[in-house]
Each structure stands twice: as structure tokens, then as C-alpha cells.
Design a protein around this ligand. Structure first.
Ligand code: NAP
Length: 314
């Protein structure tokens, strides 16, 4: 009889119960217990946990963990908080999440391509003024990151008729997409993008990636979408670039501090669209199904899905 699976999160009790229910429904053959429900003996026996931004102290209280599966795709906080002591981490890789993110990238790209921020501003001034239409084929969308989410977004944008270029650490081949790597590749991407979409994980290498120097190499009036993590952008440098007109508009879904503090400059800034980290919400059912599938394979074969490379940070 395998030991129970621990479900360790910092959700409130009600949300945790709803998630537990979805997980139990997806794998009725398993006994899943929230951390608070585990006896001292069970804590010693547990060899696997499903986690959602767990308290590191709770993970440390489960000494037998051979691996953990995150319910989220982004594991920046988990990697940072657990550090070297972490058991192997598997993150969520969900085609439905990639679809939802690609949809968001296309939606907010259209928002910028069709000049919605400017029309909104004109409406406030009762100003009836037609702006030039930009055809998608006249625009290049640059993607920072060509992973599970960036690749899906690149394909969706290409089908919508945009020119698409993307940047990643390792070389990629995506039909109809210009793929770039390294410092020169980044430089090239920044220079050609009319809209730059950020989908790189936050690591030591990407913290503060977009700063005054990098904004200066972009086309005057280019726009920015950040769906990754707030700290990939130097916030003060972005405000300055918006002020000078170097960046025309920023759609920001993620921030260094979330919820975004009420006194943040971003809230009232006319050239910023603030979203409350909603570009790609995790589907409970789909996420639970994928986690269940990975656990079944592990029980049967002992094989783990790809784990996070702690050195690389993602
Ligand atoms: P992923 O599959 O790990 O892909 C990350 C991509 O970034 C890869 O292409 C990787 O290159 C590239 N990359 C990483 N470090 C780099 C560096 N130093 N230089 C150049 N390229 C680098 O991750 P994902 O599933 O696409 O998710 C990306 C991020 O989206 C997550 O980490 C999270 O921050 C964010 N996210 C946001 C939301 C939201 O609702 N806003 C939801 C989910 C996720 P290689 O391909 O060469 O490894």
C-alpha cells in the first residue's frame, strides 16, 4: 500500500479543499491528504507531494520526499524558496495552459495593433480621430522565451499574419518563425520588434533583462507585453521609457509585488494597462488530470517527467 500523497499549499482552507477535490477526482486510486491532515507518522512516510507555492517549512517537515509536482507552470518562487534543499521538482506542462496563454498574447497584441489605448484616450477627450491602420504583415512581434508558452504564442501570432521572431537560450526551429539566441540574437529581436512579449522565466540571467539600455535599442514607440514575471523588467526604467515615448504602451500582467500596491505608479499611468496576473489561469480539471497522469506513470515505471534544472533556475 503506497503512502498517502501530501498536498502542500499556502491556499486558504476553502480554495485548498476545492483543489483537493479536483485532485482526488482525477486519481481516485490515491489517498491525498492536505499537509494539515497528516499525522506525524504519515509525515515521515510520505514520499511524494503535490505542491502549490508551499511553505518551505512544510516541505522540510516531509523528509522522505523523492520528488514534488507543482500545480503551476511558473516555479520561480518555489525554486527560490526551496533552493538547494529541494527534492526534484516537476512543473505543470499543460497544452490547455499554453492555448490560454497564446490566446492572451494574441488578444493583447490586437489591443495594441488596433490602437485601443489611443482610442480610449481619444474617447475621454470626445475626440473623433482616425488613426492609421497597421496590417499584421507590417508588424513584427518579438517573443522573449520560446518554451511551452512562447512557442504556442508564436504559432498563434503567425497564423494571425504577424511577422514573428523569438529568442531562447538554446536554438529552436519553429515553422515560419525567426528564432534567435545569445546576446546578438537578443539585440536583433529588440531592434525589430514593434511589440515585445515577455515569456521568459525569472532567473538570475533574466532578472532586470529589460532596462534602460535595452529599451534604448528598441524601435521608438514600440510596445511591451509582460506575461512572465515582474522582475524581468526594471520598473523605474520602464516608467522613464514610457515618459520619453521610447515605449508607447505597456501591458503588464505581472509585478514584483502582487497584488500591485495601491500606490504603484503603474495603476494611474496613462500608457500602462494593468492586469491582475490573469493572462493564463491554471485550469483545475486539466491541471489535476495532467498531474494524475504523471503520478500513474511514476507508480507504474518509476519514471519522472522532466524536472527543473536548479542550476539554470527553470
Ligand atoms: P519554459 O517552457 O521553461 O520556457 C522558457 C523559455 O525561456 C525557453 O524557451 C527558454 O530557453 C527561455 N529562456 C530561459 N532563460 C533564458 C535566457 N537566460 N536567455 C534566453 N532564453 C531563456 O517556460 P513556459 O512554460 O513557457 O513559461 C514561461 C514563464 O511564463 C514562466 O516561467 C512564468 O514566469 C510565466 N507564466 C506566467 C503566467 C501568467 O498567468 N502570467 C502563467 C504561467 C506562466 P530554452 O528553450 O533554450 O530553455
Amino acid at each position: 500500500m503506497p503512502s498517502p500523497i501530501a498536498f502542500v499549499s499556502r491556499m486558504n482552507a476553502q480554495t485548498e479543499a476545492v483543489w483537493k477535490q479536483a485532485l482526488c477526482a482525477a486519481m481516485p486510486e490515491e489517498e491525498i491528504l492536505c499537509f494539515s491532515e497528516l499525522s506525524a507518522e504519515q509525515k515521515r512516510a510520505v514520499d511524494f507531494a503535490i505542491v502549490a507555492n508551499p511553505d518551505p517549512a512544510d516541505i522540510a517537515a516531509l523528509p522522505g520526499l523523492s520528488w514534488i509536482h507543482s500545480l503551476w507552470a511558473g516555479v520561480e518562487r518555489l525554486v527560490l524558496e526551496l533552493g538547494d534543499k529541494a527534492p526534484p521538482i516537476v512543473r505543470l506542462k499543460d497544452p490547455e495552459l499554453s492555448r490560454v496563454m497564446a490566446e492572451a498574447v494574441l488578444a493583447w497584441t490586437y489591443y495594441l495593433q488596433r490602437d485601443m489605448p489611443a482610442y480610449r484616450e481619444n474617447q475621454q477627450k470626445a475626440l473623433w480621430q482616425e488613426l492609421d491602420y497597421r496590417h499584421p504583415s507590417e508588424m513584427t512581434i518579438g517573443l522573449l522565451g520560446l518554451g511551452a508558452l512562447g512557442t504556442a504564442a508564436a504559432e498563434r501570432l503567425r497564423h494571425a499574419g504577424f511577422n514573428v521572431a523569438g529568442w531562447s537560450r538554446s536554438a529552436k526551429a519553429i515553422d515560419g518563425v525567426e528564432t534567435l539566441t545569445g546576446d546578438d540574437g537578443l539585440q536583433g529581436l529588440l531592434e525589430k520588434s514593434d511589440i515585445l512579449v515577455c515569456l521568459v522565466p525569472l532567473t538570475d540571467a533574466t532578472r532586470g533583462l529589460l532596462n534602460t539600455d535595452r529599451f534604448a535599442t528598441m524601435k521608438k514607440g514600440a510596445a511591451l507585453i509582460n506575461f512572465a514575471r515582474g522582475a524581468v523588467i526594471v520598473a523605474d526604467d520602464l516608467i522613464a521609457a514610457l515618459q520619453s515615448g521610447q515605449i508607447s504602451h505597456a501591458v503588464l500582467d505581472v509585478f514584483e509585488q502582487e497584488p500591485l500596491p495601491v500606490d504603484s505608479t503603474f495603476w494611474q499611468h496613462p500608457k500602462v494597462t494593468v492586469l491582475p496576473h490573469i493572462s493564463a489561469p491554471t485550469s483545475r480539471e486539466s491541471s489535476a488530470r495532467i498531474v494524475a497522469g504523471n503520478i500513474r506513470t511514476w507508480r507504474k515505471t518509476g519514471a519522472l517527467p522532466e524536472t527543473i534544472d536548479m542550476e539554470r533556475g527553470y
